[in-house]
Design a protein around this ligand. Sequence first.
Ligand code: IDP
Length: 160
Amino acid sequence: AHIFKTGWTGINERTFIAVKPDGVQRRLVGEIIRRFERKGFKLVGMKFLQASEEQLRQHYWELRERPFYKGLVKYMSSGPIVVMAWQGLDVVKTARKMLGETNPADSLPGTIRGDYGVEVSRNVIHGSDSVENAQREISLWFKEHELICWEESNELWIYK
Ligand code: IDP
């Protein structure tokens, strides 16, 4: 499990992105993938699944004392989700900017939550908030062999 977590720096930094049940129901999966692809980030893992409550409890462990925690786990297990790992320079921080604020009401137009969400409890998408959490979340949702290292022919047009 340790090898799984090394070397995730520079252009190999990775983040964990999930299209939440409302994003899937509202047919936003393609739009979200499109934004990350066109930005220049590299998709290294993707699955469509129904999350178990146990997985969600681990994923949202830090929020277990919050008043909205129970509703959050119910929301996140209410339908299928798409989990993804994206790779690129500063991808954790940049993805958070692309997502917008936690509350869609505070999110600028042009961000995913700003463009497609209204309420904090239906905010369409998840993105890791730190490199450490990205590593934790990717190893929670993906097995090592499900992450694909591949050569991108475009790389010299994205990185100098
Ligand atoms: P983040 O997803 O932007 O990192 P967190 O504070 O980690 O925000 O909260 C995790 C998720 O919990 C949010 O994306 C949102 O779905 C939900 N959430 C956060 N705050 C509230 C709230 O006040 N009411 C209902 N749901 C909330």
